[in-house]
Design a protein. Structure first.
Length: 487
């Protein structure tokens, strides 16, 4: 945590106070919520959300208290509930804008909520806890100091959020969505692999190259055909000699800025994924990187193109440069959609139902995980927070997810949150391709991730918004390159 921010609340202190003074709060009244500690009274008043105020501790107690609950200003401290649906997490992640979210596990006392989460954002310390989002309004918990103790005061505020479905105007919706999602960039750059025209040209050709697979049939484009929005439509893709991959292949469009590649995060980047696919048993299946390099070097045109893309390398035709070239090409695969036009001020870029769906997407809590311009891909999350996922997906096999990578019990059933860009064009859904229809996938997500039984109207509205994420494929990517002939 940075020095510019006050210290955090003690997790067990808050848990025990809730359990002692308001045990009814722990009985399913609500699920998720954000809390902000605001040390400046005027800032709190400007927010219109002073819920509790306390006088500073006596000098003899102040130092001890500050170590637990944060620095107290001369006017006390304030807590407010932001009314934003949150998500329980089990690790620290950094999301768009540099926000750092960290989970604090309470070893002394764990109630139904297993962790507190602390978010440092600008000058406000936010405590996120999986509780307190009520139906029809907001359950606000004001915490203030009174006679040396923390007192919890529930307040019900019935008001309409700017991101609710009760008539937020376009300007407010654009402002909110710009903060939570935001428009796509023009490319997805990498400091380790700068994009150049020479790399992109070579990478596009290599994306289609099947001759570096063990049976001569597998290329990146086999599992990620551009014409199908870079997915093959299979539940699980098929590699060399008809070998089935362990999970569904996600699209490579808008994918290069994710926290990792693959559902379980066992590839660090699109470059790492391209490299490891060459020797991946269910993918290209080559016996070694050297065997693939030997094939590429046998083509004069490839030698020329590698030299142009990597002019400072004594031997440019290497598997690492293969991965950089493919990665550079994939980093250009941005698909701007109607959402971009809307966020940039074109109020007619999205239909009325799509706007309503955007409000529902944020208001119901979907954006708690599916945030950033990519609408996902920035964090890991357990699949099945409220109920086992297989109960609804009818999956033939239960996948333990990221546990296969880390061997940590807390990572069982944890997967990378997928990017939802072009999701309407990329069925089937989920890591195992177990669900064919987007409407069904959205309803299932409400049940197992949000603990909500979304109505048919809510599902249709959200699906309509997801249609607004279908983007335009880049013109250059639409053409298939001619590959070098043997010389």
């Amino acid at each position: 945590m940075g020095d510019d921010h006050p210290p955090i609340f003690s997790s067990h202190e808050i848990e025990e106070e809730i359990a002692e003074h308001h045990p009814d709060i722990d009985n399913g009244q609500s699920e998720n919520g954000f809390y902000d500690i605001i040390e400046d009274e005027k800032s709190a008043e400007d927010e219109g959300s002073i819920l509790g105020k306390g006088e500073p501790d006596a000098a003899k107690d102040k130092k001890e208290k500050e170590s637990k609950i944060g620095k107290l200003s001369d006017k006390g401290w304030y807590l407010r509930h932001r009314g934003i649906i949150a998500y329980p997490m089990n690790r620290c992640t950094a999301d768009q804008g540099g926000t750092q979210r960290c989970c604090l596990r309470d070893e002394k006392k764990t109630l139904s909520r297993k962790a507190l989460q602390v978010t440092h954002f600008r000058d406000t310390l936010e405590i996120e806890k999986p509780s307190f989002a009520s139906q029809g309004g907001l359950m606000i918990i004001g915490i203030f100091k009174e006679k040396g103790i923390l007192t919890f005061t529930p307040l019900m505020l019935f008001f309409v959020l700017s991101c609710s479905a009760f008539g937020a105007d376009d300007e407010a919706l654009i402002a909110k969505a710009s903060q939570v999602l935001g428009p796509l960039p023009e490319s997805m750059p990498s400091a380790e692999n700068p994009i150049t025209p020479e790399k992109v040209r070579l990478g596009k050709m290599l994306f289609y190259e099947p001759r570096i697979s063990v049976d001569g049939t597998v290329s990146c484009a086999k599992c990620h055909p551009i014409a199908l929005y870079a997915v093959d439509g299979l539940r699980k893709s098929v590699g060399h000699n008809c070998r089935e991959n362990p999970r569904n292949d996600p699209t490579v469009f808008n994918a290069a800025s994710q926290i990792s590649a693959h559902w379980i995060g066992n590839r660090t980047s699109v470059e790492d994924q391209a490299k490891q696919a060459i020797i991946g048993p269910p993918s290209f299946g080559m016996p070694s990187y050297e065997s693939a390099e030997k094939i590429l070097r046998s083509y004069k045109e490839y030698r020329t193109l590698f030299q142009a893309a990597f002019p400072s390398d004594k031997e440019p035709v290497t598997i690492d440069n293969f991965a950089k070239a493919v990665g550079a090409f994939e980093r250009t695969l941005i698909t701007p959609a109607p959402l971009e036009g809307f966020l940039k001020g074109n109020k007619n870029a999205m239909t009325a139902q799509q706007k309503k769906g955007l409000e529902a997407f944020m208001g119901q809590g979907c954006a708690g995980c599916h945030s950033s311009p990519y609408v996902g891909g920035q964090m890991y999350q357990k699949f099945g927070l409220f109920e086992p996922y297989e109960k609804y997906t009818k999956s033939e096999k239960v996948d333990e997810g990221r546990y296969a990578v880390t061997k940590n019990e807390s990572d069982k059933f944890v997967f990378k949150v997928p990017v939802l860009r072009n999701v309407a064009m990329t069925p089937p859904y989920f890591h195992d391709g177990s669900v064919d229809k987007l409407t069904e996938a959205v309803w299932i997500m409400g049940k197992i991730q949000l603990g909500k039984d979304l109505s048919k109207e809510q599902v249709q509205d959200i699906v309509s918004f997801l249609d607004a994420l279908t983007g335009k494929i880049p013109e250059d990517a639409r053409t298939v390159p001619l590959l070098p002939s043997n010389q």
